[in-house]
Design a protein around this ligand. Structure first.
Ligand SMILES: *Cc1c(COP(=O)(O)O)cnc(C)c1O
Length: 374
C-alpha cells in the first residue's frame, strides 16, 4: 500500500493468538492441538500467524488448499519449523508431485484418491504420509459410507501408504446438545474400529468443549485461536485478537426529518450529529450491518444509521464527546467493547465470516509474536 494515511487500521495481536493456542493446548493435554490456518489464517495473515504459532511449538497445521500448503511450507521453513501440514480439500491426480515436493499431507476423501496416492507411493518406492477424512454425517467431504465399507473389507488398499491420521468433522458442535454430535461420534468410533489403528481427530474449536470423548488424539483449532467464541451459548473463554478502527472523514449536524444514506432507510426523529467513517462493505464491513451495528467512541456507543455503502458508513455520534467525534479521529468498529462475536450477531452471520471478509485496504499492524517482523 502507499504511504497515504489509511482510512482503517486493523490491529492483530499475535501474542493473543499464542495465548489462545496455549489455553486450548493445555486444556486438551495430552491430546495434540493443531492450528487451522486456512484462508490466510481466517483473514489475519498466514505468514505472521503461522510463524508465531510455530514459535509457540505448534506441531501440526491444517489448510484447505494445496496452494495454501505450499505457501505455509515456505513460511514454516523460514521459521525453522518442520511441523506437519495437512491439506483438507483432497487430492487431484495432477497434484501428487507437489504434495511430495513440499512435504504436505493430503487428506484423502474417497477410495479413488486413496488409490491414486497408493499408486504414486508405489511408483516412488516410498510410503508417503496421508490422512483419511471420513464423512460421518456432514455430507460435504470425506469417505462416504460405501467407500468406507469397501476399504474395511479390503485393507490391502492401504498397503504402501503411510496413514498418519483418520479424521472427521462435526456439523453441529457449536450446539452442545444437538443430537448430531453423539450420532457423528458413534459413526466415527465405528469407522475407527474398522480401520487399522491410527491417530484420530474429530473436534474443531467447538468440539473441544463437548467432552473428552470428542478429543481423540488431535484437535483442530481454528476460530477459537482468533478470538471467536467456541461455546456460543456461554461466555467466551478466548481472548480477543482483532481491533478495527475507522477514521472519521466528516461530521455534520442533521435536522429532524432528514434521512441518511442510500435508500433513505433511516429517518432522524430528532436533530443528530452524524459522523461519516471511511470504511464500507468493500472493506468487508458487511452491508447487513446497515441500521444495525454500531461503533464505540471514547466508551460511548454510536449506532450505525443508514446503509453501509462501499467505502463509507455513517454513525449517530450525538452522544459522543465532540472533541472525540471529529474529522481525523478514529472510532472502534471491532475491539474491546465490541468483539467479533458481537459484530457477527449484529450482521446476522458468524465470526468466521467477519474475520475472513476483512479487506485489503486496511493498514495492518501486528503486535507481539516475538520478533515476527521479518
Ligand atoms: C475449518 C475447519 C476446522 C476449523 O474449524 P473451527 O470451527 O474454526 O475451529 C477444522 N476442521 C475442518 C475439517 C475444517 O474445515
Amino acid at each position: 500500500m502507499s504511504e497515504a494515511p489509511p482510512a482503517g487500521v486493523l490491529t492483530i495481536d499475535l501474542d493473543a493468538i499464542v495465548r489462545n493456542f496455549r489455553l486450548l493446548a493445555e486444556r486438551v493435554l495430552p491430546v495434540d492441538c493443531a492450528a487451522v490456518v486456512k484462508a490466510d489464517a481466517y483473514g489475519l495473515g498466514m505468514a505472521e500467524v503461522a510463524a508465531a504459532l510455530a514459535r509457540a511449538e505448534c506441531r501440526s497445521f491444517f489448510v484447505a488448499q494445496l496452494g495454501e500448503g505450499v505457501g505455509l511450507r515456505k513460511i514454516l521453513r523460514r521459521a525453522k519449523s518442520s511441523a506437519t501440514i495437512y491439506v483438507l480439500n483432497g487430492l487431484m491426480e495432477n497434484e501428487r508431485a507437489l504434495y511430495e515436493a513440499h512435504d504436505l499431507v493430503p487428506c484423502l476423501n474417497d477410495l479413488g484418491q486413496l488409490e491414486s496416492w497408493a499408486t504414486f507411493c508405489r511408483a516412488r518406492g516410498q510410503a508417503l504420509a496421508c490422512a483419511l477424512q471420513i464423512d460421518t454425517g456432514m455430507n460435504r467431504l470425506g469417505f462416504p459410507p460405501a467407500d468406507l465399507n469397501r476399504l474395511a473389507g479390503e485393507p490391502k488398499r492401504l498397503v504402501g501408504v503411510d496413514l498418519c491420521l483418520v479424521f472427521s468433522h462435526l456439523a453441529c458442535s457449536d450446539e452442545a446438545d444437538h443430537p448430531m454430535n453423539r450420532r457423528q461420534l458413534g459413526r466415527f468410533r465405528a469407522a475407527l474400529d474398522r480401520l487399522p489403528h491410527c491417530r484420530a481427530s474429530l473436534a474443531a474449536s467447538s468440539g473441544m468443549f463437548l467432552g473428552r470423548e470428542f478429543l481423540f488424539n488431535t484437535v483442530r483449532a481454528g476460530v477459537a485461536l482468533y478470538g471467536g467464541n467456541p461455546t456460543p451459548n456461554a461466555p467466551n473463554p478466548m481472548e480477543q485478537v482483532v481491533q478495527l478502527q475507522g477514521k472519521i472523514l466528516q461530521v455534520r449536524d442533521v435536522d429532524r426529518g432528514e434521512t441518511v444514506g442510500y435508500g433513505a432507510t433511516h429517518r432522524l426523529t430528532r436533530p443528530c450529529r452524524i459522523a461519516t467513517v471511511g470504511v464500507g462493505y468493500a472493506d468487508g464491513f458487511l452491508r447487513s450491518l446497515s441500521n444495525r451495528g454500531s461503533a464505540a467512541i471514547g466508551g460511548v456507543t454510536a449506532p450505525i444509521v443508514g446503509r453501509v455503502s462501499m467505502d463509507l458508513l455513517t454513525l449517530d455520534v450525538s452522544a459522543a464527546a465532540p472533541e472525540l467525534a471529529r474529522p481525523g479521529a478514529m472510532v472502534e468498529l471491532i475491539g474491546p467493547s465490541r468483539g467479533i462475536d458481537d459484530v457477527a450477531a449484529e450482521a446476522g452471520t458468524i465470526p468466521y465470516e467477519i474475520l475472513t471478509a476483512l479487506g485489503p485496504r486496511y493498514e495492518r499492524r501486528y503486535t507481539g509474536g516475538a520478533a515476527s517482523s521479518e
